[in-house]
Ligand binder design. Structure first.
Ligand SMILES: Nc1nc2c(ncn2[C@@H]2O[C@H](COP(=O)(O)OP(=O)(O)OP(=O)(O)O)[C@@H](O)[C@H]2O)c(=O)[nH]1
Ligand SMILES: [Mg+2]
Ligand SMILES: [Mg+2]
Length: 312
């Protein structure tokens, strides 16, 4: 009794757990002071060492934190869910809807960029969200994105049921300078361009040219990686000017915060007037907005100078 009065809530709950009669036995039923002391010691010193196995994964200060997600085995996922080739706008727009949810739900994301089955999220250099712990950033982004993918699926794929739960891998990359961050985004956008050009040629050769996939692969291989040659095939064989292909496919999608004016009406009653009156109220708020534009040149960064503003 003397000891139990001094128990903290944690030890009380531990004590009640250990001291509960189990399956009719009353081994610990007698609350002796010795038992309580040893419980307290056990919880404090015997088990607590496991906490030291947790490693410090704090992201270096003053660096941009980028989290990139990528769909797991989406080659198979796209086949099984009959994605159109080479691009399925339902899938691309669903990815963007999920990225929008991530930006709205989580803190400090200044820009996101997506293409194919991947999305990159850039957190402010000075973010102190979850004390900059890499695992928190990565897991929150991945889980929010994956649950959104399932949640919003039916809004984009009305005629196609989701056959199994998709997964996304994640990684965290730190970039110390604005130039590094710009180069990272340029790299992802260049990847989008190269893949899209290749896929556009490939699927035109198959779908319109009537070639088998191995014949199409052979022709693509013959022309190597030169964009000019691929543009030429598209133009001479299929009368397609690659530059007129949809921007979303050629450039991917950047998500940025944009200020918008929201106009609503409000009913008010002025003290000196009898009747209520409707007035128009304009509220400025920030909204996540998709853009399909070039990120490699200067123009985007000049137009959205607030993104890289803080380089101290
Ligand atoms: N048909 C079609 N397929 C797509 C589309 N977007 C992505 N994909 C598929 O998703 C794949 C994504 O490539 P990766 O991320 O490199 O490969 P993965 O199969 O997801 O494999 P891991 O990422 O390594 O797990 C592409 O190769 C396509 O097969 C689309 O709009 N249409
Ligand atoms: Mg993938
Ligand atoms: Mg990918």
């Amino acid at each position: 009794m003397l000891y139990s009065k001094r128990l903290t809530p944690l030890y009380e709950s531990l004590a009640s757990y250990f001291l509960k009669p189990s399956r009719g036995s009353t081994v610990f039923a007698k609350t002796s002071p010795v038992h309580l002391i040893s419980l307290r010691t056990m919880a404090k010193s015997k088990f607590e060492y496991v906490r030291n196995f947790e490693v410090d994964d704090t992201c270096l200060r003053n660096c941009w934190i980028v989290v990139r997600l990528d769909g797991r085995n989406f080659h198979k996922f796209a086949e099984q869910h009959s994605f159109t080739k080479p691009n399925d706008d339902r899938a691309l727009n669903l990815m963007t809807r999920c990225a929008q949810a991530v930006m709205e739900e989580l803190e400090d994301i200044v820009i996101a960029y997506g293409q194919s089955d991947e999305y990159s999220f850039v957190f402010q250099k000075k973010s102190n969200w979850f004390k900059r712990r890499a695992s928190k950033f990565m897991t929150h982004v991945a889980s929010q994105f994956a649950s959104s993918y399932v949640f919003y699926w039916k809004d984009y794929f009305q005629d196609q049921t989701l056959l199994y739960p998709p997964g996304f891998d994640g990684r965290v990359i730190l970039y110390p300078s604005n130039q590094n961050l710009r180069d990272y985004l340029s790299w992802r956008q260049a990847d989008c361009h190269i893949n899209n050009l290749f896929n556009t040629v490939f699927w035109n050769l198959v779908q319109k040219g009537g070639l088998t996939t191995s014949q199409a692969r052979e022709i693509e291989g013959r022309h190597g990686t030169l964009s000019g040659d691929k543009n030429e095939i598209l133009f001479s064989e299929f009368n397609i000017n690659y530059n007129n292909e949809p921007l979303i496919h050629r450039k991917g999608t950047a998500l940025v915060w944009k200020k918008i004016d929201e106009i609503t009406t409000k009913t008010i009653k002025l003290p000196n007037e009898e009747k209520e009156k409707e007035i128009v109220v304009t509220r400025t708020r920030k909204k996540v907005t998709p853009l399909h534009c070039d990120l490699i040149g200067e123009e985007f960064w000049e137009e959205h100078s607030e993104i890289l503003e803080d380089d101290s």
